[in-house]
Design a binder for this molecule. Structure first.
Ligand code: FNR
Length: 351
């Protein structure tokens, strides 16, 4: 049990340090070039960033992606980030609620509804854990935190590197089908840094899933995180697979026409990245590690630090939307853009 606590502390420290980003592979969002409009006929403040995600209204298309829970430090992070999301009208994701299943006394570290009464809050559980749980228990997990939806995270690459990680991934699609059927709240199928292919997106769409968080390659490498914690053979494989995955921009572009709500997470670091993801067809952009770093900054961190960083992201989204000549975040989907060769190759060959 305290093993989970130690892992969580390791995860937070490693992700905040910047040592576990992808090394030789980027998001390919830098290959999305938006066309400048020199004659934008509107006031900057008239840009409409309002977005509907999972049936809820966001003030801007930005999600604080799920990170943590289970320890006192995690509680402070969750509360600061949820409060900042509430202030700005953004969405907030909790980290894996597995700790809460194993140790119900950690529930308070996931409690954010008192500081985020109206924000879109996302619960979180791993697919492999969900497989071992009854639908009734999963429903309780969602209700206990007052979540509007449940992210079910897929992380096979990370599990292969994690000491004692899972090796048996059978029956995943059937578990998702059961959850779609049995839970009163929507399910978001979420990767954790390796991206979602078109084949996987179609498969989950065909069993009734309506939202995907691609969590693609180019930002935090969860293989990297577990590699830093592994020894011996697993560490060696981790070094080899550090950059494994579908770049975030490619993943978004590959699934954009499937009629799903798409959250683009993985390596987004500012408003430009969010706007480029929206131009590829995403509904919203998600950020994890950079928000954590803002909250943990030795000076000016905490709630204020997270708030200031998220304000900067949203203001960037507004400015860049304006410079493309679009009047709303929704209009970005059809904004003119030029795609670079590597992204084009992914979009053609990975279909
Ligand atoms: C994460 N991430 C994550 N994802 C998930 O579904 N459940 C989880 O418990 C966690 N835990 C977690 C902890 C920390 C400290 C970080 C930084 C991240 C993954 C996260 O939601 C996101 O998909 C990836 O980190 C990629 O986004 P960034 O970090 O590149 O913006």
């Amino acid at each position: 049990e305290s093993i989970i606590g130690a892992r969580k502390a390791d995860h937070i420290a490693l992700c905040a340090s910047g040592k576990v980003e992808f090394r030789g592979k980027g998001t390919l969002l830098d290959e999305v070039h938006l066309v400048h409009d020199a004659l934008p006929d509107r006031h900057l403040d008239a840009i409409d960033l309002g977005t509907t995600l999972l049936g809820r209204r966001l003030a801007a298309p930005v999600v604080v992606s799920g990170m943590t829970g289970g320890t006192p430090e995690a509680r402070a992070i969750n509360r600061d980030l949820a409060r900042a999301a509430e202030t700005l009208g953004l969405a907030f994701g909790l980290g894996s609620q597995r700790a809460m299943v194993l140790r119900p006394d950690t529930a308070a570290t996931y409690a954010v509804r008192d500081v985020a009464p109206t924000a879109l809050v996302l619960g979180n559980i791993g697919l492999v854990q969900a497989r071992e749980m009854s639908s009734a228990s999963l429903r309780e997990l969602v209700d206990a935190v007052g979540a509007d939806a449940l992210c079910v995270h897929l992380n096979p690459a990370m599990e292969l590197i994690q000491p004692g990680g899972d090796r048996d991934f059978r029956g995943g699609l059937a578990v998702l089908e059961r959850l779609v059927r049995d839970l009163p709240k929507p399910i978001v199928v979420k990767e954790t840094g390796c991206g979602i292919s078109r084949r996987v997106a179609r498969a989950v769409r065909d069993i009734g899933v309506t939202a995907i968080d691609v969590s693609g390659a180019g930002g935090t490498s969860w293989v990297g995180v577990e590699t830093e914690r592994a020894r011996g053979e697993e560490r060696q494989l981790g070094e080899e697979l550090w950059d494994w995955g579908i770049p975030t921009a490619a993943s978004v572009g590959l699934i954009a026409d499937l009629g799903l709500e798409v959250i683009a997470t993985g390596g987004l670091r500012n408003g430009s990245d969010v706007v480029r993801a929206l131009a590829l067809g995403a509904t919203a952009g998600g950020l994890a590690a950079p928000v954590l770093r803002a909250q943990r900054a030795p000076e000016g961190g905490g709630y204020e630090g997270a708030l200031a960083f998220l304000r900067y992201v949203v203001s960037g989204v507004r400015s860049i939307t304006f410079l493309t000549g679009c009047g709303s975040s929704a209009a970005l989907r059809s904004a003119p853009r030029v795609l670079g060769p590597a992204l084009r190759a992914w979009l053609l060959d990975a279909r």
